[in-house]
Write a protein that binds this ligand. Structure first.
Ligand code: KG4
Ligand code: ZN
Length: 353
């Protein structure tokens, strides 16, 4: 019962072979990070060309590493939404070609749903439902009530930047290397880092909102590093002078990173706390997405789950960021439930979650 999964929604070309719903036989991820670095963000055209060059060798490697042949496979799963349309199309076309030529059933998987399945990989049993779901990545920051795998109701989502995007932008402002999340995490973990040195805002968006916002926090970091914008001179009024920023020493950079991370993580736990009131009876907290690799978020989610009497399901580091094992595993769950697709399956830029 091996599934071959393909993921190409953004700038990672990935293929994995998964046994059943949770046992990873191989997971190969080719990052395009170096191709986009000089542009300061993912360039869609470059991403799709790189996917086209890499997808077949990556599939071959995943098959080799799993020691699998065509005869061992019984399903092809592909991430077909959400993502960059040109990128999705490459993985989807490869998946359709394999499904057709090898005569294997095909199933389409929503990448956001799959991030929550990542927490199941390598585990013996599925989680208890209903659950609270948290997806925190470079493109998504959302909280769900999850009734069963891929059956989720969105309770709240970011109204501006995703949390991973905020980590990446804050790191750029601090002149740290990209991707910014791991760079900020590393600085904040330094023994003398002071996460209270700067009182950055924790967005709450009114007392009942379950939505998230990270643009104010990002702007607070910008002002701290570059100084506040000069107020405009009004004719006839005395000139207002903005304070110039303090030089960005290593200590300041480290403490800004730690304080940013504290505020960003706090914004999540505040909303999880509220979400629990809207999702009575949940037994598990399932987290997924690249930002789940963050050391502070992992610790805080553990304390949160313990305090609330919830089981915590969070992926091991390798399956936090984009990968195809989560696509293959969830594809198997969906197929067992009777879902399947044919060659008309489309790439869709938005999530269904
Ligand atoms: O899930 P992912 O690989 O891609 C999307 O679906 O968006 O997430 C990538 C994001 C990036 O923004 C990256 O900076 C962030 O995950 N990230 C982290 C850490 N590791 C990766 N953010 C905070 N702390 C980390 N340790
Ligand atoms: Zn992702």
């Amino acid at each position: 019962m091996l599934t071959l999964g393909i993921e190409s929604s953004c700038d990672e070309t990935a293929c994995a072979i998964v046994e059943g719903e949770r046992v990873v036989r191989s997971s190969v991820v080719a990052s395009q990070f170096e191709l986009h670095a000089m542009f300061g963000g993912v360039v869609p055209e470059i991403a799709s060309r790189a996917h086209a060059e890499r997808v077949l060798p990556i599939i071959q490697r995943a098959m080799d590493e799993a020691g699998a042949t065509r005869e061992d496979l019984s399903l092809i799963a592909v991430g077909h939404r959400p993502g960059l349309i040109g990128s999705l199309l490459i993985g989807l076309t490869a998946a359709k070609a394999l499904s057709w030529s090898w005569g294997l059933p095909l199933v389409g998987v929503d990448h956001v749903h799959a991030h929550l399945h990542a927490a199941d990989l390598g585990r013996d049993t599925p989680p208890d439902y209903p659950a609270l779901g948290l997806v925190v990545s470079g493109g998504h920051s959302s909280i769900y009530r999850v009734a069963a795998p891929a059956q989720m109701q969105r309770l709240g989502a970011t109204i501006d930047d995703a949390i991973g995007e905020a980590f990446d932008k804050a790191a750029a402002i601090l002149r740290l290397p990209q991707p910014g999340g791991p760079a900020i995490d590393a600085l904040a973990r330094e023994p003398d880092a002071d996460d209270r040195a700067f009182d950055f805002p924790v967005s709450r968006l009114g007392k009942d909102s379950l939505d998230l916002s990270f643009s104010g926090l990002k702007t607070a970091v910008l002002y701290e590093v570059n100084g506040r914008p000069q107020p405009r001179k009004v004719p006839g009024k005395p000139e207002l002078r903005a304070e110039p920023p303090e030089p960005l020493t290593d200590v300041r950079r480290r403490d800004i990173a730690a304080s940013f991370q504290r505020a960003a993580v706090r914004a999540i736990t505040v909303k999880l706390e509220r979400a629990l009131e809207h999702a009575p009876g949940v037994r598990t907290l399932i987290a997924g997405g690249g930002v789940c690799a963050n050391s502070r978020l992992r610790v805080e989610l553990e304390s949160f789950a313990e305090a609330k009497g919830l089981q915590l399901r969070i992926p091991p580091m390798a399956y936090c960021v984009d990968n195809a094992a989560m696509i293959a595993g969830l594809g198997r769950v969906l197929h067992a439930r009777g879902e399947s697709a044919d060659l008309t399956l489309e790439a869709v830029p938005t999530t269904s979650a």
